[in-house]
Design a protein around this ligand. Structure first.
Ligand code: MSP
Length: 646
């Protein structure tokens, strides 16, 4: 049997899944179901990318361990996939022991082959995207998320990316070598024989595509040998470079085969920006599911934008698709055809005579159905999923027109018209059968319901698309119970409900920076002997406000204070001077998590001594939840150290 291996990115678990993650995974599910219906033996891998500083920080901000955070959020991903009918065959978590084994093995192979050396890395690094930025004097913004990068200087292992120049594309002729280990992060796969370092999170995560199907399993790596290299790594366009430059080079260096194809799709936008947790403009896929059901959302996502382009999300557009395409075009065709058969032929599929009561229109529709099977397959092979759906909808529209024109409901009383009535209804039902097979990869739940209503005993998933022929619907077959499959939504009512539900949901802007509910948060100064601001305290004048000197600072060093488990001693760059500040955040932020970070400092506070150490200023943070967890205030844009806040 031919094999097909498809992967989605392994998603970061610093936050819950949003619609963007669901999108990629649904595309992969549709393709994998399609390939299965083409007779391939399919492996479909998804999973979670759990290491790195970003996750360490997100966990610290919640006061839990990275591994607890990973457990919670990885489970959220799995639960969501099952609610959307996503049938992956493999799920890999990069914190699993089998993955540590595989990632170290690939690292070791690359090292043995002479492509890794030890040096010192000093450069700008984005901890959110785990991406190195080009050298420059001032910290550049990350090219993916736009956030400011941080200076990282540490001993590191380097991967000789330059060695693959010839084998890879011209455009990275001058690419310097790539730092592939970190010493400032602990949460990761240790470098073989040098546990001071952990493997760079992208090196680690990409290897997940191998681990998931058994690479490095000493007992049994048959799956790996059978399914690697993957046919498609499906990714968003944000991570093309890692998949098309680093990944093939890592694989070549380890002596492993490179994937056949990396396909990058576009982004879902909301309010004209890429939907992302850090922008706070995400749509909750669970909320959509509760209001529309999994299939309607799947259909909307696959149909609304061509794979590869960006698209703007709106509830209105989902409603439109659900009502007009699903309830009207498909649902209505099914229900009127099957109801007429039920009523007039005692629930049995009628016999379509080849001669009596046959018209050119019947032949035309038959031809259109078979042509659609071909066109659909061509589009699917090119990953043009929305076009494949369009072709099915053209067929459904033709069939609805055919019914309207041949008007079977007006023939029911006339016995002489029985053969004509039988032919019309058979033709329409047979188109429904064919369309339903084609829609099965996209609408796994509802297509099964239609299949049952058609009375077909076979398993829908086992149908072979390439073998679809006219006449597969058995004459005399008894229909199942006919009932509406797709609900029609009242636009106003659903929109109101959605907006209500959205307002109730907490939507933190940036997991490690923002409180679960904005309303529950107040601003606090991170004075270790903090006096909480009293809600409703009397108002102050603008002059009073002017007395507070608030400035942008950057943490240069951070360390714990012996004997004080809440305190961190920070050296903070205020542009014109460096200050020592003691902050009561040690239970929520590790010292590593703060180094490089831009903060807001109350600069004109009288110096005080704490535990024998001088503290010269205070940090600002939101105070969150019952345990008053501090969440440091910061900036999304670039700001120079020392800038005044007013
Ligand atoms: N952990 C890395 C991937 C490692 S793969 C070995 C990562 N994770 S992520 O959680 O940030 O997921 C990024 C992916 O989620 C994108 O490449 C894309 O597949 C999907 N999307 C995230 N936001 C999206 C949109 N707004 N729109 C469409 N897809 C989006 O990067």
């Amino acid at each position: 049997m031919k094999t097909f291996y498809i992967t989605t990115p392994l998603y970061y678990i610093n936050a819950k899944p949003h619609l963007g993650h669901a999108y990629t995974t649904i595309v992969a599910d549709c393709l994998s179901r399609y390939k299965e219906m083409q007779g391939f033996e399919v492996r479909f891998l998804t999973g979670t990318d759990e290491h790195g500083q970003n996750i360490e920080r997100a966990a610290a901000a919640r006061g839990i361990t990275p591994s607890d955070l990973a457990d919670q959020n990885s489970e959220e991903f799995r639960r969501l996939w099952s609610r959307y009918g996503i049938e992956y065959t493999h799920f890999i978590r990069t914190s699993e022991a089998r993955h540590y084994r595989a990632a170290s093995e690939v690292f070791r192979r690359v090292q043995q082959n002479g492509f890794i050396y030890k040096g010192e890395y000093s450069g700008w690094y984005c901890i959110s995207d785990n991406l190195f930025a080009p050298e420059s004097e001032l910290p550049p913004n990350c090219e993916v998320c736009g956030r400011q990068t941080e200076r990282v200087t540490e001993e590191s292992y380097f991967f000789k990316l330059s060695e693959f120049q010839q084998k890879l594309l011209d455009f990275y002729e001058k690419t310097p070598d790539l730092s592939i280990s970190r010493t400032s992060v602990k949460w990761g796969v240790p470098v073989p024989a040098d546990a001071q370092h952990v493997i760079y999170v992208w090196f680690d995560a990409l290897v997940g595509y191998l681990t998931g199907i058994g690479f490095g399993d000493p007992e049994d790596d048959r799956e790996f040998r059978k399914f690697w290299p993957a046919q498609i790594h499906l990714v968003g366009k944000d991570i093309i470079r890692f998949h098309t430059v680093y990944w093939p080079a890592f694989l070549m260096a380890a002596g492993l085969q490179v994937p056949h194809k990396v396909f990058a799709h576009g982004w879902w936008l909301k309010d004209e920006a890429k939907m992302s947790k850090s922008r706070g403009n995400v749509v909750d896929p669970n909320l959509l599911l509760e209001h529309f059901g999994g299939d309607a959302v799947r259909y909307f996502l696959m149909r609304e934008i061509p794979l590869g382009l960006d698209g703007t999300f709106s509830y209105d557009a989902v409603l439109q698709r659900a009502n007009s395409d699903l309830a009207n075009d498909y649902g209505n065709l099914v229900s009127r055809t099957l109801t007429l058969i039920s009523k007039n032929f005692n629930q049995a599929i009628p016999y379509p005579s080849a001669i009596e009561g046959r018209t050119p229109q019947d032949n035309e529709l038959e031809g259109a159905a078979l042509a659609t099977v071909n066109v659909y397959q061509q589009h699917m092979e090119e990953l043009a999923l929305s076009k494949a759906l369009e072709s099915v909808w053209e067929l459904l529209a033709k069939t609805n027109r055919y019914l309207n024109e041949s008007s079977p409901w007006s023939l029911t009383e006339d016995l002489a018209q029985r053969p004509r009535l039988a032919t019309i209804l058979y033709t329409s039902a047979e188109v429904i059968r064919i369309a339903t097979v084609l829609l099965a990869p996209f609408l796994p739940e509802s297509s099964k319901l239609v299949w049952k209503q058609l009375g077909l005993p076979s398993v829908l998933k086992s149908q072979r698309i390439a073998e679809l022929k006219w006449g597969g619907l058995p004459v005399g077959g008894i229909l199942g119970e006919v009932a509406p499959v797709f609900p029609r939504f009242d636009k106003k009512e659903v929109l109101n409900k959605l907006l209500d539900a959205e307002a109730k949901l907490s939507a933190p802007v940036r997991p490690e920076l923002t409180p679960p509910t904005a309303a529950a948060a107040t601003l606090q100064t991170l004075d270790p002997e903090r006096v909480s601001p009293t809600p409703g305290a009397s108002k102050i004048s603008i002059e009073d406000l002017g007395k507070i000197d608030l400035r942008v600072g950057q943490v240069i060093t951070a360390e714990r204070v012996k004997g004080a488990d809440k305190l961190l001693k920070l050296m903070v760059d205020l542009g014109t001077e460096t200050r020592q500040i003691l902050a009561g955040v040690a239970r929520f932020y590790s010292p590593e998590a703060l180094v490089g970070r831009k903060i807001i400092v109350v600069a004109n506070l009288e110096p005080r001594k704490l535990r024998g150490l001088e503290s010269n200023g205070m940090l600002l943070a939101a105070s969150v939840g019952e345990d008053d967890r501090p969440v440091l205030a910061g900036f999304l844009e670039e700001v120079p150290n020392g800038a005044k806040l007013r």
